[in-house]
Design a protein around this ligand. Structure first.
Ligand code: NDP
Length: 254
């Protein structure tokens, strides 16, 4: 496996993801948008999933304008989606492509920045549903279609506050701890069994709406842009990460 330094500087070939079908959640904004565009640029057919269709359409237009492979749009709200919705998604992907080569579970919400003693139950439920339960349900439903690929990569999105507890990060931090545990558990279960690998990526401080919501007083010019952290994403979704399983990888070093 590459070192952390090599991963954040990774440069794949221009057709690194050629012929790959990659599903990206939260593809309409922030890191997910940059990832969808980077994957398309590297030759993948990207399925743009998210809750705000107008944003997904903008990303679609951007990819088409760049002469990349035509993407697809799949509107889905992870707060309201039920297991049967994910089953329907699996059927749709199977019918359209017969397999899935990549799944980037990127969508997430921040919730409240407040002490756990004051944390609102409705916000807790929402954050845990979107950041944890939906991630599990979607991956479970898509596993059969991922198993039809001869090289499938599942990438969950973690955070530094999901590795080391920090005050006032509430359900967000706890949901990301759960993601770290889910990746370790699931990766151990698929290890050496088929062709699916499961890892987590920690974007690190990146200039997006979520980061601005968490740190309103921060100057975003001092942060990495989503485009700057794409090397680790390309590495994990492409063939050079075959054999990498159960890892939690940093997309940048602070
Ligand atoms: P943004 O808020 O910019 O983007 C989040 C994306 O998730 C949006 O496209 C949003 O859709 C989508 N989303 C939110 N809720 C739902 C929902 N209910 N159903 C479907 N899609 C939804 O955040 P980032 O790009 O910063 O974050 C991406 C990931 O990276 C998250 O998992 C986050 O926790 C993680 N992360 C980010 C860091 C950072 O510094 N930015 C640091 C560490 C981790 P819509 O556009 O419709 O709102």
């Amino acid at each position: 496996m590459l070192t952390e330094q090599q991963i954040i500087q990774y440069q794949g070939s221009t057709d690194l993801l050629k012929d790959r079908i990659i599903f990206v959640t939260g593809a309409g904004d922030g890191i997910g948008k940059a990832a969808a565009c980077a994957f398309a640029q590297a030759g993948a057919t990207v399925v743009l999933a998210g809750r705000t269709v107008a944003k997904l359409e903008q990303v679609y237009d951007q990819i088409v304008a760049a002469n990349c492979t035509q993407p697809l749009i799949y509107p889905i709200d992870l707060e309201g989606a039920k297991p049967e919705d994910y089953e329907q998604l699996a059927v749709a992907l199977d019918e359209q492509f017969g397999r899935l080569d990549g799944l980037l579970l990127n969508a997430g919400v921040l919730g409240q920045r407040t002490p756990l003693s004051n944390y609102r139950q409705d916000v807790w439920d929402k954050v845990m549903q979107i950041n944890m339960t939906a991630q599990f349900q979607m991956t479970q439903a898509l596993m059969p279609v991922l198993e039809k690929s001869n090289d499938a990569s599942v990438v969950f999105t973690t955070s530094s506050v999901g590795r080391q507890g920090r005050a006032f990060w509430g359900a967000y931090a706890i949901s990301k701890f759960a993601i770290e545990g889910m990746v370790q558990t699931w990766a151990a279960e698929v290890d050496g069994v088929g062709s699916v690998r499961i890892n987590a990526i920690n974007p690190g401080a990146t200039s997006t709406n979520m980061r601005a919501q968490a740190y309103p007083a921060e100057n975003p010019d001092h942060l990495k842009t989503p485009e700057q952290i794409m090397p680790a994403y390309l590495f994990l979704l492409g063939p050079d990460s075959v054999g990498v399983n159960g890892q939690s990888i940093n997309a940048q070093i602070r």
